[in-house]
Design a protein around this ligand. Structure first.
Ligand SMILES: Nc1ncnc2c1ncn2[C@@H]1O[C@H](COP(=O)(O)OP(=O)(O)OP(=O)(O)O)[C@@H](O)[C@H]1O
Ligand SMILES: [Mg+2]
Length: 567
């Protein structure tokens, strides 16, 4: 396998890749000679998959077979429709990553197979696993998942190895807000705490502007356009451009000829938006960034006065109100030294170089583990206890151990089961693996003491070692969290082809219709979102059962779907 590892920033709106060579990160150009690739995937007229700029250009013409912002659907199991076909966010992200793999291979003139991929610090385990899955589907060996703000800080840290300070990374991108507090000293970057909001970004600014423009247009002309996907796609594109222009201009006029028609007369949208008006539309969204900042400061016990700098990351930090708000809120001028669009990919490339041992100066980076790790233990009253060895949010790499004893004298074997999660009941957590510690001496009259040590390294690898204290006998287990088994999602889009499909057609059609109608409400209410997600999961299971010709299971699931719809 080649030594080359690239870093990839798989963003909500844009994707970038970088490589560390000649002692610095270098951005990789795509087939169009561009650094930035739109995170857009679609099917063209003949049903071929298209990716990046081509797909983005198609969006206003054919939004129904173009997928944008897939990253927001990662971890939700929500199907994404392209024309008549249905895809998962993992599959579409895999297409995007496979495009990156191809252009990086061309640019670097060698077959690229290894990558470090960044994710929002706030992504949970399932979301992270899905990103790894997408990477694998694209043909990558995913060497590491790195948190985006940590990557951003690394791209800064690599040039500022000697400085000492607390740094706040404020990353407001297209779809997610991440904030991370790090300590920098002597080439060491230590993450103190991370927080954020997985549903806050430039996309939300766009939506406020879209709503505002749409309402004005509808009131002026007495037509409704919310259901018109073509009109809405054009409006979205123009609203985003208007927002971007307002970052440098005080006032912008949006003109969209023939946005809709009334009695066969084409209607144009023409509206002037001032920066002030725009700021009023989004001020509460910007205020929502304050809470996660409070959280990371409190968690790491650092006061505002101790913060030395704020790194701005993500395209949405170009909105002047963001900088202004931060200045007022934190009392410091944010640093603009890192490139907000490139630094995450650059940091991922620095991380890749660290893994490949290509860094000359020793930059050391530490992160925190997002989830609790432990073993299942048993006492007289309870046989399913989660005994914590490494608590969550502890700085990694880390080694911790604890002493346990055998259940009864004479016991020669212990089965050690390892779990990850926050429940006190072991089996409710995510099972990572198990191993046997054998050859415990049966001679003593007392219970044998055992030491169990967990080492969690920077690559997300957990090593567990158990030792019989009286004899020193050891047994161990290495768990690659990047590889830990998760049920594969199967493609169920061709369920209609199964023999028993006809019996379920009508219920599935009803459910899908219901889902479509609810998509809109969902944006507004969390409950609706959960409901939809449950129904989608049921539908997925139902289609899977149909494909497996498991009619008993399918009947049961169909009843459940029916019940939900009746509610
Ligand atoms: N000059 C600008 N002014 C305002 N917003 C901008 C500007 N340039 C880009 N944006 C917005 O920044 C967002 C994209 O930022 P970025 O590329 O950092 O996000 P991403 O990495 O794709 O998303 P995420 O990190 O949330 O997954 C878009 O919403 C875009 O409209
Ligand atoms: Mg980003």
């Amino acid at each position: 396998m080649s030594d080359t590892i690239i870093g990839i920033d798989l963003g909500t709106t844009t994707t970038e890749a970088a490589i560390y060579r000649d002692n610095k990160p270098e951005m990789i150009l795509n087939f169009d000679g561009q650094i930035v690739t739109p995170s857009v995937v679609g099917l063209d007229e003949s049903g071929n998959m298209i990716v990046g700029e081509k797909a983005r250009a198609q969006y206003i013409l054919a939004p129904e077979r173009t997928a944008i912002e897939m990253k927001r659907k990662i971890g939700t199991k929500k199907p994404i429709k392209l024309g008549k076909e249905s895809f998962s966010a993992v599959e579409l992200s895999a297409n995007l990553l496979s495009y990156v793999k191809r252009y990086a291979s061309q640019y670097l003139e060698e077959e690229i197979t290894r990558a470090v991929i960044s994710v929002p610090a706030y992504f949970d385990d399932i979301q992270r696993q899905e990103v790894v899955e997408a990477g694998k589907k694209a043909g990558f060996v995913v060497e590491r998942i790195i948190n985006e703000p940590t990557a951003a800080a690394m791209s800064y840290g690599i040039d500022h190895m000697e400085e000492e300070s607390y740094v706040l990374v404020y990353d407001l991108g297209g779809g997610t807000f991440d904030v991370t507090l790090l300590e920098m000293f002597d080439g060491v970057l230590e993450v103190k705490a991370s927080s954020g909001d997985n549903r806050l970004g430039g996309k939300d600014f766009d939506e406020r502007l879209i709503d505002w423009l749409r309402t004005r247009f509808e009131e002026k002309h007495g037509v409704k356009i919310a259901q018109n996907v073509y009109a809405m796609a054009r409006l979205k594109e123009q609203a985003e451009q208007c927002k971007i222009a307002l970052s440098t201009q005080e006032e912008v006029t949006v003109r969209i000829p023939m946005l809709a028609e009334k009695n066969h007369v084409p209607l144009a949208l023409e509206e002037t938006v001032s920066r002030k008006q725009f700021e009023e539309l989004i001020s509460d969204l910007i205020e929502r960034t304050h809470q996660p900042i409070h959280v990371v400061m409190a968690d790491s016990g650092i006061g505002r006065g101790e913060l030395a700098m704020v790194l701005l990351v993500g395209g949405s930090t170009r909105v002047p109100l963001v900088t202004q708000d931060l200045k007022e809120f934190l009392g410091i001028e944010p640093v603009t030294e890192v490139h907000p669009d490139y630094c995450v990919a650059q940091g991922a490339a620095v991380c890749a170089a660290m893994i490949g041992e290509q860094l000359e100066d020793g930059l050391v980076m530490t992160d925190v583990n997002p989830y609790t790790l432990g073993v299942r233990t048993v006492d007289l009253y309870n046989d399913d206890i989660m005994s914590v060895i490494i608590p969550r949010n502890v700085t990694i790499p880390v080694t911790k151990h604890d002493t346990f004893s055998t259940l009864y004298p004479g016991q020669t074997v212990v089965d050690i089961e390892v779990y990850q999660g926050e429940s006190e009941v072991a089996s409710r957590n995510h099972f990572l693996g198990h191993f046997l510690l054998e050859g415990i001496p049966a001679t003593t009259r007392e219970n044998e003491k055992l030491d169990i040590a967990f080492t969690y390294n920077i690559n997300g690898m957990l090593q567990v070692e158990a030792t019989v204290l009286s004899t020193g006998k050891k047994a161990n287990l290495v768990i690659d969290l990047m590889d830990s088994g998760k049920e594969e999602t199967v493609d169920v889009s061709n369920w209609r082809e199964a023999d028993c499909a006809s019996a379920y057609r009508s219920i599935i059609r009803r459910a899908e219709k219901w889902l479509r109608q609810n998509e809109k409400d969902e944006e507004r209410s969390e409950d609706k979102g959960a409901e939809n997600a449950r129904l989608e999961e049921l539908l997925y299971q139902l289609k899977k059962a149909i494909l497996e010709e498991d009619e008993d299971q399918a009947d049961e699931l169909a009843d459940e779907v029916e019940e939900m719809l009746d509610e």
